[in-house]
Design a binder for this molecule. Structure first.
Ligand code: MG
Length: 252
């Protein structure tokens, strides 16, 4: 695998003894380690009223219709629409967009169930999967301890967020995500890893991190060559997480 610039910088910083570069997976802790330091808590301020999307955005949920979404088998999305939001319907499975996307800017708003129920990974768990492969974790991480690489706004199993900018359950939270898909050469080898920048409630939590491959539980699988675009996916993790105001701007 050829290293992209950020990774190359991290390698050179490591070579001179600087360990603060955060753009590659930090292997000093095992995946899902509970011994890992918790990201500092930052109050992001009160929840915000929704604002209209940019004029050129593709709106993926607006005014009560899940028409942009499907079940994995292509049948209509079976999650529960309630006015201007919708919620995970536990047991129905993940939903995916009808359209496929690659490089993009993505805005998602979500709210964890209230009153909170369960703990750690069983409390307000869902997820936003870019290309159906790379999860930005959705979790109620407000006074809910879990392993840092699985808390809200983690790149699941790879990168804890820089800070914990969670709002309390029941309040609306936002993710603003910049995603660059991995690149592959003609043989299927990775020439550039997937990259994610994430703002949680307006606070920078992932700064152009280079993913080691698809995200997964208890493993870090390698890349395999994929198309340039694949559907966006939301996770059914058996918790009734709500969503609203989802829009995307493909990056050409
Ligand atoms: Mg999840």
């Amino acid at each position: 695998m050829r290293f992209a610039p950020c990774v190359a910088i991290a390698v050179s910083l490591a070579a001179i003894g600087v360990s603060s570069a955060r753009c590659q997976v930090d292997t000093r802790w095992p995946q899902h380690s509970m011994d890992r330091p918790r990201p500092p808590v930052v109050d992001p301020g009160p929840e915000r009223a929704p604002v209209p999307p940019p004029a050129d955005a593709i709106v993926l949920f607006d005014h009560g219709s899940l028409s942009a979404w499907r079940q994995h088998d292509g049948s209509p999305a079976r999650w529960a629409v309630d006015g201007d939001s919708f919620a995970v319907e536990p047991g129905t499975g993940n939903i995916v967009t009808a359209r496929a996307f690659g490089d993009c800017q993505l805005h998602v708003e979500w709210a964890a169930p209230t009153p909170p129920n369960g703990s750690s990974q069983e409390r307000g768990n869902s997820g936003v999967f870019l290309m159906g492969l790379y999860e930005v974790q959705v979790l109620d991480s407000y006074h809910n301890d879990t392993y840092p690489d699985g808390q809200a706004a983690a790149v699941y199993g790879q990168f804890p967020p820089l800070v914990n900018a969670s709002r309390p359950p029941g309040q609306w939270q936002s993710y603003d995500i910049i995603f660059h898909r991995p690149r592959f050469d003609a043989s299927g080898a990775v020439t550039s890893p997937a990259r994610l920048t994430v703002f949680h409630n307006g606070v920078l939590v992932q700064d152009n991190v280079a993913l080691s491959g698809p995200t997964a539980n208890k493993e870090r699988p390698p890349y395999h060559a994929t198309p340039d675009s694949l559907p966006l996916e939301l996770q059914d993790h058996n918790n009734r997480v709500r969503y609203r105001d989802i829009w995307i701007r493909p990056i050409d």
